[in-house]
Design a binder for this molecule. Structure first.
Ligand code: FE
Length: 225
């Protein structure tokens, strides 16, 4: 078997949120899809170890925010690589509440609120099927795909480039890879959002520099092969 066959399946990228009483949480998920149109229903696959999973089980609610293609990597890192068990993810984050009181991002293209009708246990994950109870377009734009996100992390496409993405780049000397999230630090580009000018070697980064995607420290990085 060649597991790379799985990489040929296409996905979008979403912030999936839920709540447990007044507590809010959300995570990144690529497995959101429409399952029926009459009535409109969507499904999402969520890891059973995640706090969002607990919240969906508790409230029977989830909301998917559809991310735009120009979503900053830091936003995906904030929701995707940090656990809501350690910090309140919506503190200091711009959000609005759906009619059922579940947060969505005003920077998203659309949100869909669903009430869980079925939950299918599938190994490490649960597939939640939910009837859509509210959905709205938030703003126009191009939805982010999972493939485009991976190209952005590799520095192969600029952050707001149109599709299709550039071919995958060859490994270059001096680039370091975050072992936690696969973000690549490229000294030719530096980390302008983190105050690091282009031309700064990885080894010259300050000791308190962290991965702009997942917040890992320098020692989580290894030279790119
Ligand atoms: Fe990282």
């Amino acid at each position: 078997m060649d597991t790379k066959a799985l990489h040929q399946i296409t996905y979008g990228l979403y912030v999936v949120a839920s709540r447990r009483e007044d507590a809010l949480n959300a995570q990144i998920a690529n497995t959101v899809f429409q399952i029926t149109s009459e009535p409109p229903a969507i499904a999402v696959g969520i890891n059973r170890a995640n706090l969002t999973h607990e919240f969906i089980v508790a409230s029977g609610l989830f909301v998917a925010s559809v991310l735009p293609q120009d979503t900053p990597l830091a936003v995906i890192g904030h929701f995707g690589f940090r656990s809501g068990r350690k910090s309140e993810k919506f503190q200091g984050t711009d959000y609005r509440l759906s009619p059922a009181g579940v947060p969505y991002l005003p920077a998203s293209l659309a949100y869909l609120e669903a009430k869980v009708t079925r939950a299918l246990e599938a190994g490490t994950h649960t597939v939640f099927v939910g009837e859509v109870s509210q959905m709205e377009l938030v703003q126009p734009g191009v939805p982010l795909t999972y493939a485009h996100y991976h190209q952005m992390k590799r520095g192969a496409v600029p952050k707001a480039a149109p599709l299709p993405p550039a071919p995958v780049e060859q490994a270059k000397p001096g680039r370091w890879v975050c072992k936690q999230c696969t973000y690549i630090y490229d000294p030719e580009k530096g980390d302008p959002e983190g105050g690091v000018p282009a031309g700064t070697p990885f080894t010259a980064l300050p000791g308190n520099w962290v991965c702009p995607v997942c917040g890992a420290s320098k020692d989580a990085f290894a030279p790119e092969d």
